[in-house]
Write a protein that binds this ligand. Structure first.
Ligand code: RIB
Length: 303
């Protein structure tokens, strides 16, 4: 069972020709709304990849709560430990330019009030706790403590990594997943080498698996013994929003069902690549069969 302790947002998405620079305005056609939030996206991605998933987080008492939860409900993600708080559901204002690159501004809303105490009684040695850095980091830190005390595995995705404390959480997770720029920030804060392979080896040497996603260059990982690298398949990129979340969800689902790191990496990369071909963060999360078919075409280099 995967427990996701994380954020739930409603995403307001506008496709633009070019993302605005500070002080600029970019206009596009209609604003589309999608369920989002890194926690909810990863919960749905893990569920679609075949895992049993419980989402622990919060929505507000506004009209955004229902659409933000709709996909999780439809996919039978367990929402029995979800909290409905007085206040605003989280939102993300997202611009996507032709080519798929995005720019995101988040209004945290009640995601800023989630509590690690909500995990009491939920964690056990058969649980994988999947978290991101879109909730208060004090609560994420307490959640890591609770998971380790319960013997649960912790997979921590460092996105969006805007706070130095993220580095110290990455150094305590069983698996730390970062993109290249997050990895460079973590390396600087922890005094590790900046180059992604050397960073992953150094973080893994402290007793964890370090994964660095490299966008169009694929992914690398280190487990303290070996370096794993994997090039992505060629896909037509429409929108990269949620690709990292699809990777994390499918990666966690593979490990949670007893798969090894090679399986987790190939299925994660397959899911992340497929997610780039569809607009929206959750609408793009692929199904287990599609992930398996694409993953079977990928190979991991191990050194
Ligand atoms: O990772 C993509 C997500 O980041 C979006 O769904 C948005 O809600 C922001 O949290």
């Amino acid at each position: 069972m995967i427990i996701v302790f994380g954020s739930i947002n409603l995403d307001l998405v506008v496709m633009v020709k070019r993302l605005p620079l500070p002080g600029e305005t970019s206009a596009g056609p209609d604003c589309q709304t999608f369920a989002g939030g890194k926690g909810a996206n990863q919960a749905l991605a893990a569920r679609r990849a075949g895992a049993q998933v419980k989402m622990i987080g919060a929505v507000g008492n506004d009209s955004f709560a229902a659409p933000a939860l709709a996909n999780l409900e439809a996919a039978a993600v367990d929402l029995s430990a979800l909290h409905r708080l007085e206040g605003a559901t989280g939102i993300a204002m997202i611009g996507v330019e032709s080519g798929g690159e995005n720019l995101i501004i988040v209004g945290s809303g009640v995601n800023a009030r989630v509590s690690a105490g909500w995990l009491n009684g939920q964690l056990s040695p058969s649980t994988t706790l999947l978290m991101q850095a879109e909730i208060p980091l004090t609560e994420a830190s307490a959640a890591i403590d609770a998971a380790h005390a319960a013997g649960a595995r912790v997979i921590f995705n460092t996105a969006p990594a805007t706070d130095p404390a993220v580095a110290h959480l990455a150094a305590r997770a069983d698996v730390a997943i970062s993109n290249e720029s997050e990895a460079a920030d973590i390396a600087r804060i922890l005094g590790l080498p900046h180059e992604p392979q050397a960073y992953a080896a150094a973080l893994a040497a402290t007793g964890r698996i370090a994964v660095v996603t490299l966008g169009s260059k694929g992914v690398l990982a280190h487990d303290g013994t070996s370096l794993f690298t994997l090039a992505p398949p060629k896909v037509d990129v429409v929108d990269t929003t949620g690709a990292g979340d699809a990777f994390c969800g499918a990666f966690a689902a593979a490990l949670d069902r007893g798969g090894d790191l090679v399986q987790a990496l190939t299925e994660g990369v397959a899911a992340g690549s497929l997610a780039c071909t569809v607009t929206g963060a959750q609408s793009s999360a692929p199904a287990a069969g599609d992930i398996a078919r694409l993953a079977a075409t990928l190979s991991v280099d191990r050194r």
